[in-house]
Design a protein. Structure first.
Length: 350
């Protein structure tokens, strides 16, 4: 198992180091346009937040996996965990928000000791779409998690899970040895309680992200390939596949630099820039809450420690009206959201 950048005391564990790399070199010397200048070409700067639709809450960076591409730099050694106190502050917002989607993420959110209590309480707010991002292997990691499929079903949670490929080799290369087998077992358990079945209201979606320095292929055609392979090989079913572009931050940035792919990857992102994707990037309708309650335009900005540009900074001061219309904080990593068909936590956007 590889270690997190934090555990390795890597320079790249520091967000200011990542931002320095993203601002200097090919962007500073003018070989590539900055994201700000690029979106200004089509009068889309400054990027503005619209009405809040999705509240994404990161309940901690602890994870049972240490995937090579992880933008959170999550792992078993990360101890940042949302407390019950902050969860209560989040619940106040969840009860009163106009957002139609609540999205719990991590790390492995299930590893937060108060996760189940939080889900029980949050589910009472009646938000239309309640997502938990589960990495699947956590369901098989320990007996205490074996009943998660029933727990999710009881609270009508929508499961969104990473599955980088339908073959063992590609999955284990990105996410660690044994991840493929554990993921298949977990998917079977979810299917057994009704998740992902064709007419089931228990939603099960999978997330694909590339295993190297390249952009994802077409989401619709990949979904067909995934469905066919998982059904034929394992009798597994799911609803939708979201294709996500890896953003050049954290462990993926580390991988790009170590494999000498950083510049080529940035060229590829800029080359694939799609101005039509800009208006739908997820920060325009999403807010990201960190484990300690601070607010960010998205999960990527959270990891880069770029807080919202608003006088409302923390969940305890939450005010949807004030946050609406704020200028989104951008940098070169944003090219990952506007390449090709665009990319967000819900897959393509254009
Ligand atoms: S990508 Fe997801 S499953 Fe993998 S280490 Fe990061 S948070 Fe954990
Ligand atoms: S990285 Fe975040 S801030 Fe930048 S475009 Fe994507 S969602 Fe918006």
């Amino acid at each position: 198992m590889i270690k997190s950048l934090h555990k390795r005391n890597s320079d790249l564990a520091k967000s200011n180091k990542q931002l320095e790399i993203l601002s200097n070199g090919i962007f500073q010397n003018g070989d590539l346009p900055t994201f700000k200048n690029k979106i200004a070409e089509t009068n889309q700067f400054p990027l503005k937040a619209k009405k809040l639709e999705i509240l994404q809450i990161n309940v901690g960076y602890m994870c049972n996996q240490v995937c090579t591409h992880c933008h959170v730099d999550a792992g078993p050694d990360r101890k940042e965990i949302m407390t019950c106190h902050t969860m209560k502050q989040c619940l106040e917002v969840i009860k009163n928000t106009g957002a139609h989607t609540l999205d719990l993420t991590g790390g492995a959110p299930e590893m937060n000791p108060n996760f189940r209590w939080f889900v029980e309480e949050a589910s009472k707010a009646g938000i239309k779409d309640f997502i938990v991002r589960s990495n699947l292997t956590i369901i098989r990691a320990n007996k205490k998690y074996y009943d998660l499929p029933d727990f999710f079903k009881k609270h009508n949670v929508h499961i969104v899970s990473s599955m980088p490929h339908w073959t063992r080799g590609k999955t284990d290369k990105q996410r660690g040895d044994g991840v493929f087998n554990a993921s298949i077992e977990a998917l079977k358990m979810l299917n057994d309680v009704g998740y992902g079945m064709p007419d089931s209201a228990l939603r099960l979606d999978l997330v694909y992200n590339p295993s190297g320095a390249f952009l994802p292929a077409n989401q619709t055609s990949m979904e067909k390939d995934f469905k066919k392979a998982l059904l034929e090989d394992f009798n597994i079913q799911f609803h939708n596949l979201f294709a996500i572009t890896n953003l050049p931050i954290s462990r993926f940035l580390d991988y790009l630099i170590a494999s000498e792919n950083y510049e080529d990857y940035m060229y590829a992102l800029v080359e694939a820039y799609n101005p039509a994707a800009v208006k739908n990037v997820m920060c325009t309708n999403t807010l990201s809450v960190s484990w300690d309650g601070y607010l960010y335009d998205c999960d990527f900005n959270q990891m880069l420690e770029l807080p919202v540009n608003s006088k409302v900074k923390h969940i305890s001061d939450f005010n949807e009206d004030i946050l609406e219309g704020r200028n989104i904080v951008i940098s070169q990593h944003c090219y990952g959201c506007t390449a090709g068909a665009g990319s967000s936590c819900q897959g393509s956007v254009a």
